[in-house]
Design a protein around this ligand. Structure first.
Ligand code: HEM
Length: 205
């Protein structure tokens, strides 16, 4: 597939859930019986899905050999933050009526709000340093190290969802399994790389 076309398709996929929400809110005026819940549910779920999609790029690329997948990883991560921020703002505006004290109280008293906050704050430096200029300024190694915060964001995001739902549903199991699989893959890869070359199997002649 041509890379610009692929990037455009992913961009459209990232924008569509937000565009549908705005369309429902301002054009048809139909966001269901509880518009705030719809807003919070869709922005939260889209943020988590895009975050997991961005983390799935590296394993997919290595398994399939489709190196061009890397072209959309940053885009997925940035949109995950955009939806996460919109999700937080809908909570801040409608649930907490723009009270920072109210948010602070929730963070202390409700573990699902604390984990949501950790997830969003972990994504913030990633979104801020997502440009080519920042990669150049920081150097590839440092940038990659900082971007390990994406794992923190994913674990905290999944915990946030599980703690919010409280019961095991198809969705909670699916998100938890996805995070475990994506992190497990990285752990296996890191262990394999760290193993001294003498203990690795010699390549077949
Ligand atoms: C400051 C940060 C955050 C706060 C205060 C917050 C708050 C909330 C609240 C109040 C709900 C419940 C909505 C309802 O009544 O159904 C919720 C649900 C949810 N949040 Fe967050 N959230 C935060 C960050 C995040 C982030 C960063 C993600 C994604 C990575 C996320 C993903 C979700 C998901 C998937 C749901 C469940 C939606 C549903 O099915 O009902 N949240 N969040």
């Amino acid at each position: 597939m041509k890379i610009p076309l692929f990037r455009l398709a992913v961009l459209v996929a990232c924008i569509t859930p937000g565009a549908l929400l705005l369309y429902g809110a301002f054009v048809t005026g139909d966001l269901g019986i509880n518009p705030v819940e719809t807003l919070q549910h869709r922005t939260g779920a889209t943020s988590l899905q895009l975050l997991l999609a961005s983390l799935a790029i590296t394993p997919l690329r290595k398994i399939t050999g489709w190196s061009w997948l890397i072209k959309v990883r940053r885009m997925l991560g940035v949109w995950a933050f955009v939806y996460g921020f919109a999700h937080f703002m809908s909570y801040f505006a409608f649930d907490r009526l723009f009270s920072l004290a109210g948010v602070a109280e929730d963070v202390v008293l409700r573990r699902f709000v604390l984990s949501g906050m950790v997830s969003l704050l972990a994504m913030l430096p990633l979104a801020l340093t997502s440009t080519k200029g920042w990669i150049r300024r920081m150097g590839g190694k440092k940038w990659q190290r900082l971007h390990r915060l994406a794992y923190v964001a994913a674990v905290a995001g999944a915990l946030h969802f599980v703690w919010k739902k409280k019961v095991l549903t198809f969705e909670t199991i699916a998100y938890t399994m996805s995070v475990l699989l994506l992190l497990g893959y990285r752990l296996v890869e890191a262990t394999r790389k760290r193993r001294p070359s003498s203990t690795r199997q010699a390549p077949a002649a």
